[in-house]
Design a protein around this ligand. Structure first.
Ligand code: ADP
Length: 650
């Protein structure tokens, strides 16, 4: 039996067909040389690869170097378990040499190498899942999709995107192994013969580049690619004698052996940063899957600085080899500010970028990483308040985005929120837990007020009712905040309520100064106001006397709790004027206030001036609530009032 028949029938599922084919094709000059046809699937892959117009052809380097690295890992394992290995003195390394005059690139390793059977079995036949999945995807896509090659890698064969001939010179680690030469010019077959000279243990892959891809033989180009994909391979990697991988894969090392300086240096190296990180999270997990991650929190927010939406920047690796430097599904969108590396030995190297988001494995990784990041931030907030505050100043918006868009982590993220309140000093913030711990026994809800800044809220009429009752109020000064509150709804069973809502029950008001108007007068005054102001474009749902106010004569309250002032403003900005105006406003007056007493009297003595005052009272209330739509009418009215006031004084 010839070599060919022997090896093929052992390994190839299409053995019978191939035996027949090979019998014809086999023009072996001697017993040890043999010509083989690739398995049908391999030919299919080759055909696609050779004829594709794929733009990221460079991934072939990653594939070959990672194969070399695997071969060395296997050898390391064998050296630990077997006594006899060839060239046991040879050091474990990968040597890449480029020759731009000859147009060749050589990738040599001192790993396990190949036996004759292995050459046929491993290179001539598809057994591994990545390439099978690739073929399936091609079928499902109804033809060649260039992108698929980049996504799947298709291992060794990706080299044929750039090569017109590939030669493997090899000798197995087994002590009795022969030096072999495998050769393929990209067609449907390949040859295996004894190598002309003695080979060292391992594999030396010589790639003869197609004329149009000669740049892959340029040292600069190869260096750039090796540094991009393979800078952390666990064995020395040389290019033309220069060692390239000088940086250790810090994320795989034990935390206790790493200094703060090393972490910072690695950040600059890996994340191309010039500044220092604000903080980092380094962790290893075995369950539910193997993960080593080193995640950095940058010191400043590039999006805030106007650099546009960030791309994910936690690079996904599998045993130190880069899979994707901007993987989409690895972390939720709202964690896109994180940088660093996540490595999982459980991932297949050639996982497709498209299937990444659907991959159960990547989803699991995503969940583990997200939970760890949240836990880390919660701990940081108690361990190092100052540092957390810095984080919050830069990255609050992402936590809010998470609460609004990601139901799964909504409740876990809520403790990270920070707000100024009427209890905190200006510039200082409180967490919802701080708030809850200060709540009065009788207090049922957590209250908030929205406004453009602390000053506006502190001096607005809405806060009076809370101040009078000694209640704490969260100040919402960011346009996302009201959405955060409405998405959360509750925090630790306490309802989150807007302080400008009309139907808010704050309990009895404490005694306040001033006699109230008699209730009969209040009733008619309210009815009069409703009629006088009712024609206004702004919908006035009701006018009532209330217990909220202390210093102000009136306040505009939101009569529709599903439509906050911020939402109204947003709808108006989107051109939905009618919807914004449709939900009403309630005007609450303070029956103890001097102006209200005077207004009531003026109704009888000077009705037209009373009308002017009423209009202005309402507009002031709307203005303070951020709800005034048209300030133009107000200006002319103020002139009229000023004129009347001047007339009285003169
Ligand atoms: P994959 O790496 O996805 O399994 P490849 O087509 O890249 O697919 O390689 C096929 C097989 O060939 C590998 O699984 C390995 O057994 C073998 N192989 C590839 N490169 C080397 C090498 N440099 N040394 C020894 N064996 C190798």
């Amino acid at each position: 039996m010839s070599d060919t028949e022997h090896t093929d029938s052992n390994t190839n599922p299409n053995a019978e067909q191939n035996v027949a084919q090979n019998a014809e094709q086999n023009a072996a000059p001697n017993a040890a040389a043999s010509k083989h046809a690739f398995q049908a699937e391999v030919r299919q892959v080759l055909d696609i690869v050779v004829h594709s117009l794929y733009k990221d052809r460079d991934i072939f380097i990653r594939e070959l170097v990672s194969n070399a690295s695997d071969a060395l890992e296997k050898l390391r394992h064998i050296q630990l378990t077997e006594k006899d290995t060839a060239d046991s003195g040879a050091s474990l390394e990968i040597n890449v040499t480029s020759d731009d005059t000859a147009g060749t690139l050589t990738i040599a390793d001192t790993g396990v190498g190949f036996t004759r059977e292995e050459l046929v079995e491993n290179i001539g036949t598809i057994a591994h899942s990545g390439t099978k999945a690739f073929l399936r995807a091609i079928k499902e896509n109804g033809g060649t999709n260039e992108n698929l090659i980049g996504q799947f890698g298709v291992g060794f064969f990706s080299v044929f995107m750039v090569a017109d001939q590939v030669d493997i010179y090899t000798r197995t680690w087994r002590p009795d192994g022969e030096s072999l030469h495998w050769s393929c010019a990209g067609g449907g077959d390949y040859t295996v013969e004894p190598a002309a000279s003695d080979e060292k243990r391992g594999a030396r892959i010589v790639i003869r580049l197609k004329p149009e891809y000669k740049d892959f033989a340029s040292a600069d180009r190869v260096k750039e690619l090796l540094l991009r994909y393979s800078k952390y391979v666990p064995v020395p990697l040389h290019l033309n004698g220069e060692k390239l991988n000088t940086v250790q894969a810090l994320w795989l090392k034990n935390k206790s052996g790493i200094t703060e300086e090393e972490y910072k240096e690695f950040y600059k190296f890996q994340c191309h940063a010039y500044d220092e990180p604000l903080d980092w999270l380094h962790f290893n997990a075995d369950a539910p899957l193997l993960i080593n991650a080193l995640l950095y929190f940058p010191a400043s927010n590039a999006e805030k600085a106007g650099f546009g939406r960030m791309d994910p920047a936690v690079a996904l690796h599998c045993r130190k080899i880069l899979i994707d430097d901007a993987p989409k599904g690895l972390l939720p969108d709202w964690l896109r500010f994180l940088r660093g590396i996540a490595d999982s030995a459980d991932l297949p190297l050639n996982i497709s970028r498209e299937t990444m988001q659907d991959s159960a494995l990547v989803q699991k990784l995503n969940r583990v990483l997200t939970k760890r990041v949240i836990k880390h931030l919660v701990e940081l907030a108690t361990r190092d308040v100052e540092r957390y505050e810095k984080f919050w100043r830069e990255f609050a918006i992402y936590i809010k985005e998470g609460i609004i868009t990601d139901y799964e982590y909504r409740d876990a993220l809520a403790p990270l929120l920070r707000y100024q309140t009427n209890v905190t000093d200006a510039g200082k913030t409180a967490s919802l837990d701080d708030y809850v711990s200060r709540m009065k026994e009788s207090q049922k809800a957590i209250y908030y007020l929205a406004g453009p800044d602390r000053e506006t809220i502190v001096h607005g009429p809405h806060i009076e009712a809370f101040k009078a009752r000694g209640l704490e109020v969260l100040f919402l000064c960011d346009s996302a905040d009201e959405f955060v509150m409405s998405h959360l709804g509750k925090y630790k069973d306490k309802e989150l309520l807007a302080g400008d809502q009309a139907d808010l029950d704050l309990g009895d008001a404490p005694e306040s100064a001033g006699e109230p108007l008699p209730s009969e007068r209040v009733k008619t005054l309210c009815e009069w106001l409703k009629t006088e102001l009712g024609n206004d474009t702004q919908k006035l749902a009701a006018v009532e006397a209330g217990q909220r106010l202390v210093d102000s004569p009136a306040v505009a309250l939101n009569a529709d709790k599903f439509m906050s002032a911020a939402m109204r403003r947003m709808m108006r900005a989107m051109g939905q004027e009618n919807d914004a105006a449709a939900s009403g406003v309630k005007l609450e007056i303070n029956p103890r206030h001097g102006l209200i007493h005077k207004l009531d009297a003026l109704r009888d003595t000077d009705p037209s001036f009373a009308k002017l005052l009423a209009g202005q009272l309402f507009d002031n209330a709307l203005l303070a609530a951020g709800l005034l739509e048209n300030p133009r009418a107000m200006t002319s009215r103020i002139y009229e009032i000023l004129e009347a006031a001047a007339a009285r004084k003169s």
